[in-house]
Each structure stands twice: as structure tokens, then as C-alpha cells.
Design a protein around this ligand. Structure first.
Ligand SMILES: CC(C)(COP(=O)(O)OP(=O)(O)OC[C@H]1O[C@@H](n2cnc3c(N)ncnc32)[C@H](O)[C@@H]1OP(=O)(O)O)[C@@H](O)C(=O)NCCC(=O)NCCS
Length: 299
């Protein structure tokens, strides 16, 4: 007979909460949550406890611009997910309703059958699939990269509005894209520990027409395995598509990651985004994993 499970909010006075968050969400920084725009850690983060120990968590990430909340959960491996997860989700849905959003979304690795069956049991349905594509850049020749038919420059202080605007222009209406504010963009740059060269802007007569935002993933602690990098965002203004801007920006981003000593580069993309997938596959990227996105309507 196991202990009774209780769900509670994050408690600032509880020294163990921040540590439990980082233990359950490997690689995540609790400090980043505290500065996330529009997020309230004492209202949006919940822990499951049993026998005085934290055994799981759910985070309710509000994306009010598209009237959704993303539920991000983690349960200790040794625990019974079928019991702990429904309790966490129930609390998270209550919070999502308080936020006034219409939808709750949750992403699960495609091979994780257990959380998928729990989500389905509590009324979630599959709405989308995203995939992670991977490329080992140590073996590929990027000599031709670093050349653009367009003007370009790196991000600099004062570009926060420009970067937010081009992101919003490129991704407007894309599934799951919540329009960014300047604060969101500044936070994203901060949590990714970005340097100005990580963001390349393509220009036409001083107007930003596209961008490639990369990230040199330097994991905490002693590094294991090959050094990883990520293309976090790539976008081209509608009016400039089909002219090779994205391909050139992407090659520049990959060259930058290679110069940073990165070997394995990953990109996450909506499986319905055939234009982007065609582009990535043409450079040798291949599928490495898939995430299934679940939805529950709150109305
Ligand atoms: C995806 C996106 C960045 C492509 O930008 P783009 O500048 O039009 O792309 P390019 O002109 O450089 O095309 C590069 C390759 O993409 C593929 N491609 C481009 N347009 C295509 C189309 N209409 N249909 C199929 N493939 C297409 C081709 O493989 C092309 O290479 P090729 O010209 O050598 O055949 C742009 O459509 C965009 O910003 N979309 C919205 C944001 C987004 O989805 N970003 C990527 C998410 S990770």
C-alpha cells in the first residue's frame, strides 16, 4: 500500500522545492522560471507529494496570446504514473481554467506509451506531431556557407524589438506559436545564454527579412557525449520566401555552431511543415525523435 498522494503549490519558503524541480526536470534551471514573463511560480507550479517526499510536478505555462496553457509534467520513475499523473493534471487543468485559456496542451515523447494513455484517459486528444531532426556537422563541408546573397548582420543590443517583430511576422498563425513580446524575446536570449553571433539577421534595404537563431547547448556539469547545438528558430518574411534566404541563413547558423565546437545539431519542427522539413533533409538532417502534442478543450 503506497502513501497517499497530495498536490500542492510551489512554496517559496520550502528550500527543497527548487531542488526537486531541477531533479525532476533534468537540465532545467529553476532560476529561469522565476524571471519568465507572464508566469507566476507560486500559482503555476504544483508538486505531488507522498510520505513527505516530492514525487512529481506539473507546470502550467500560460500562452495567453493563443489562449492556451502548456502543461509540462514530470513524475519520478519509481512512482506509479497512472496514479500520480492524473492527480497532477487535474490540478493543472483547474489552474488553466483560472487563467481563462480555451485549451490545454501537453507534449509527450512518441514512444512514451504510459503518459499517452493517461492523457487519453483524462480526455486529451492528439492534435499535432513535432519531430526532432539531427545532423552531425563535424563530417560535413560548410566551406560554401558564410556567403549570403543578401545583406546580413549579427544581433546587437537594441535589436530586441526587431527580433520580436520578425519572429512574429514569420510565425504568425503557425500552430502553437504564441506571439512574442520584447520581454519574451529578452528572456529567451537570456535562458539560452546567447551571444550576439547566435542570431543572424538577413536584411533588404535595412529591413529585417529573415533570421536564424542558434544555440550552443553547453550542458551543466561535466559534458558527456558529443557537443550539441540547436537551431532554435529559423524564419523568413512571407514576401521573401522561395528565394533561398532560409537555406543561406541556416548554413551560416551551422557554420557558427561548428566554429563554436558543436558537432551534433538538432532542430524541432512541426511534421506538417513540409517546406522546412524538405530544407532540413536536403542538408542531411534526419529524424531522431518525435513528440506527440495532446489537447483538451477547457470550455
Ligand atoms: C521554412 C522557411 C524558413 C523557408 O524559407 P525560404 O527562404 O522560403 O526557404 P528557401 O527559399 O531557402 O528554400 C530552401 C529549401 O526549402 C525547400 N522549399 C522552399 N520552398 C518550398 C516549397 N514551397 N515547397 C517545398 N519545399 C520548399 C526547398 O528544398 C528549398 O531548397 P531548393 O530551393 O534548393 O529546392 C519559411 O517558409 C518560413 O519562415 N516559414 C515559417 C516559419 C517556419 O516554419 N520556420 C521553420 C520552423 S523550424
Amino acid at each position: 500500500m503506497g502513501h497517499k498522494i497530495s498536490i500542492r503549490n510551489y512554496r517559496p519558503q520550502d528550500a527543497g522545492d527548487a531542488g526537486a524541480y531541477e531533479r525532476l526536470k533534468e537540465g532545467a534551471f529553476f532560476a529561469h522560471l522565476l524571471t519568465k514573463p507572464g508566469y507566476h511560480v507560486d500559482l503555476d507550479l504544483f508538486f505531488a507529494e507522498a510520505g513527505g517526499s516530492i514525487i512529481g510536478l506539473v507546470n502550467v505555462l500560460p500562452e495567453l496570446g493563443i489562449k492556451r496553457a502548456v502543461l509540462d509534467f514530470a513524475v519520478e520513475r519509481s512512482q506509479n504514473l497512472k496514479v500520480v499523473l492524473p492527480a497532477l493534471i487535474k490540478q493543472a487543468l483547474k489552474r488553466a481554467k483560472q487563467l481563462g485559456v480555451a485549451l490545454a496542451h501537453a507534449g509527450v515523447p512518441a514512444l512514451d506509451m504510459e503518459p499517452m494513455s493517461v492523457l487519453e484517459r483524462v480526455g486529451f486528444k492528439i492534435v499535432r506531431r513535432f519531430c526532432d531532426l539531427q545532423l552531425n556537422i563535424s563530417a560535413i563541408n560548410l566551406d560554401g556557407a558564410g556567403r549570403m546573397d543578401w545583406e546580413y548582420r549579427y544581433f546587437k543590443a537594441g535589436d530586441m524589438q526587431l527580433l520580436s517583430d520578425i519572429q512574429n511576422r514569420c510565425f504568425a498563425g503557425e500552430w502553437g506559436y504564441n506571439p512574442n513580446t520584447v520581454e519574451d524575446t529578452a528572456w529567451q536570449l537570456m535562458v539560452r545564454n546567447n551571444c550576439p553571433e547566435d542570431v543572424i539577421l538577413a536584411l533588404d534595404q535595412d529591413q529585417v527579412i529573415g533570421y536564424c537563431w542558434s544555440e550552443s547547448e553547453c550542458s551543466r556539469g561535466p559534458s558527456v557525449g558529443v557537443p550539441k547545438g540547436r537551431i532554435y528558430m529559423l524564419g523568413v518574411d512571407n514576401r521573401y520566401r522561395g528565394k533561398g534566404v532560409a537555406k543561406q541563413l541556416l548554413l551560416m547558423g551551422l557554420l557558427h555552431l561548428k566554429k563554436n565546437g558543436r558537432e551534433l545539431v538538432e532542430i524541432t519542427v512541426d511534421t506538417q511543415n513540409t517546406v522546412a522539413i524538405t530544407l532540413y533533409e536536403s542538408l542531411g538532417f534526419h529524424l531522431c525523435r518525435e513528440t506527440v502534442w495532446y489537447e483538451k478543450s477547457l470550455s
